[in-house]
Design a protein around this ligand. Structure first.
Ligand code: SF4
Ligand code: SF4
Ligand code: FES
Length: 364
């Protein structure tokens, strides 16, 4: 097939930048990475990009296609070529470009190392001398985080990092959750304290681009939400983001609604709220807020309260209370195929047990 694409070329030594177009012959099964190999081999040997495994394992080949991060070795070109599209390939975002599609990963690894990404043992050995065993339910909490291949696609698209380069970022925080959620780790509270500082958990803007672009179904935003829930469960709630989240829950439990008018005093404190009194009065005049002493309570508020009671009874505070996104779990089950046929996955010979997948109902 004929494949055409443009590549942003860049030379960090000369500062020269140019958008070059290439048209190549490639086999129908070719990925973007195969196509780059063809360009380098047959058309322009000066093209720079990274690769190693060619099978979505090493995390080397992250780059952007039409402005969105992809793994080049996971991106098939057949449909794109058939549709006559000419995509633009460029280096990942939020990291300095060294040459063409190669970025400097040092800032990425520095944040990764700041998370202390190793187990700090803090558990009692079983009396019988056998190994420490973790239940599947506990491992499910960190299963997605453990799939990260450190490709940087999430970092490339992170909005918070764009405005604050010191933000720890989705990959590092997902790695942090990998250890916070591991019952064998003895440094959970210290980690949560560290990750709750400025540039940490609460500086995420919740844009969900990291979930959208992660090629391995790690869903870093979910990991950050789990870290936030764990921090609050351990009383680490000094940050305004934590106070904000706590008030959402408290408000929903007590009235069945979000009492927005109380968000500022509960999040920023009463002094900050008084400073914004003029704005509050203006909102009240326009019917945008209700007087704080008379919160509206939903008719069936008992249901909201029962739900909270159930969560407490089942001891599902913190990360354990997070519902894992069904789409993400399904992707985990098989690598691709969102909306794929689960029965077909289960039926595969020697299929590994996938307890995190939704149950498939027996056919009548
Ligand atoms: S959800 Fe948060 S961590 Fe993820 S890309 Fe957006 S700002 Fe970054
Ligand atoms: S979380 Fe996903 S996108 Fe981010 S580095 Fe890990 S595998 Fe790549
Ligand atoms: S070359 Fe290893 S992930 Fe693409």
């Amino acid at each position: 097939m004929k494949v055409a694409f443009k590549i942003w070329r860049y030379d960090s030594v000369s500062g020269e930048r140019a958008l070059r177009e290439y048209e190549i012959d490639a086999p129908e099964e070719a990925t973007l990475l195969d196509c780059l190999d063809i360009v380098k081999d047959k058309h322009d040997g000066s093209l720079a990009y990274r690769k190693s495994c060619r099978m979505m394992i090493c995390g080397s080949c992250g780059m952007r296609m039409d402005g969105a991060a992809v793994l080049a070795c996971k991106t098939r070109m057949y449909d794109i070529a058939n549709e006559g599209r000419v995509p633009t390939i460029s280096a990942m975002g939020n990291l300095p470009i060294v040459k063409d599609l190669v970025v400097d990963m040092d800032p990425f690894w520095a944040k990764f190392m700041a998370m202390k990404p190793w187990l700090q043992p803090g558990y009692d050995q079983p009396d019988d001398g056998r190994e420490y065993r973790i239940t599947q339910e506990r491992m499910n909490v960190v299963h997605k985080e453990a799939l990260c291949i450190n490709c940087g696609c999430c970092v490339s698209e992170c909005n918070a990092m764009e405005s604050d380069p010191e933000f720890l970022g989705p990959q590092a925080l997902a790695k942090g959750m990998r250890f916070v959620g591991d019952p064998r780790d003895g440094a959970k509270v210290e980690r949560l304290e560290q990750y709750s500082q400025e540039h940490g958990i609460w500086d995420c803007t919740r844009c969900y681009f990291c979930n959208e672009r992660c090629p391995k179904g790690v869903d870093p935003r979910d990991a950050i939400a789990k870290l936030g829930a764990e921090a609050i469960a351990h009383g680490i709630d000094r940050d305004m983001g934590a106070k904000h989240a706590k008030w959402f829950v408290r408000s929903a439990e007590t009235t069945g609604w979000l009492r927005e008018e109380e968000l500022i005093p509960k999040t920023q404190g009463y002094v900050a709220a008084i400073k914004q009194l003029k704005f509050g009065i203006s909102l009240a005049k326009h019917g945008k807020v209700r007087p704080i002493p008379f919160p509206h309570t939903a008719k069936d508020v008992g249901e909201a309260r029962n739900l909270h009671k159930l969560v407490r009874e089942q001891d599902r505070g913190g990360a354990m209370g997070h519902v894992q996104g069904e789409k993400a779990l399904e992707r985990l089950g098989h690598g691709h195929a969102i909306g794929g046929d689960l029965e077909e996955i289960y039926a595969r010979p020697n299929a590994a047990p996938r307890p995190w997948l939704p149950e498939v109902e027996e056919k009548a």
